[in-house]
Design a binder for this molecule. Structure first.
Ligand SMILES: [Fe+2]
Ligand SMILES: [Fe+2]
Length: 171
């Protein structure tokens, strides 16, 4: 049986992962409205990935005899001033999620909950990748700041990102 504090924290993280998915889907809609199909599709993939994160926590909680408790998901923003503004928000959000994962790890250590600690390591690594992939797009946007065709080029690159369903998660 999983510790009650740990269960509560994982349920909170479930809400954050669902909110992340919601936020990126909202950004996808914003990019659609700007006719930036590649940016939009990148965000859609990102949104799907967050659902797999949610499912990982869900499945883990069930496997540990815990109870999944879903709660209200807050509304994401719907408008951004520019692609850069949206990606800066992604960066801020992912840094926040990294801090949340780190605090879950801290709690698992305090509780000597080795199973949860081991499970969380996947997310520790994942956050490194998440922050790096956002940074990559921000750097491309910066490089192309004064290039009128730049957004078009980046859009063509971002459209190539495909959603790869993880083999160890059932959606
Ligand atoms: Fe996530
Ligand atoms: Fe994420």
């Amino acid at each position: 049986m999983i510790n009650e504090i740990m269960q509560k924290k994982i349920n909170e993280q479930i809400n954050w992962e669902l909110y992340s998915s919601y936020l990126y889907l909202s950004m996808s809609g914003y990019f659609e409205s700007q006719n930036l199909k590649g940016f939009s599709s990148w965000m859609r993939v990102q949104s799907m990935e967050e659902l797999t994160h949610f499912k990982r926590f869900y499945d883990f909680l069930v496997a540990r005899g815990g109870r999944v408790i879903l709660s209200e998901i807050k509304s994401p923003p719907i408008e951004w001033n520019s692609p850069m503004a949206a990606f800066e928000d992604v960066q801020k959000h992912e840094q926040h999620v990294t801090a949340l994962i780190n605090s879950l790890v801290d709690i698992s250590l305090e509780l000597k909950d080795h199973a949860t600690n081991s499970f969380l390591q996947w997310f520790v690594d994942e956050q490194v990748e998440e922050e790096a992939s956002v940074d990559e797009v921000i750097q491309s946007l910066k490089l192309n700041e004064n290039n009128p065709g730049g957004l078009f080029i980046i859009d063509k690159e971002l459209v190539q990102r495909a959603f790869v369903p993880p083999v160890d998660v059932t959606l």
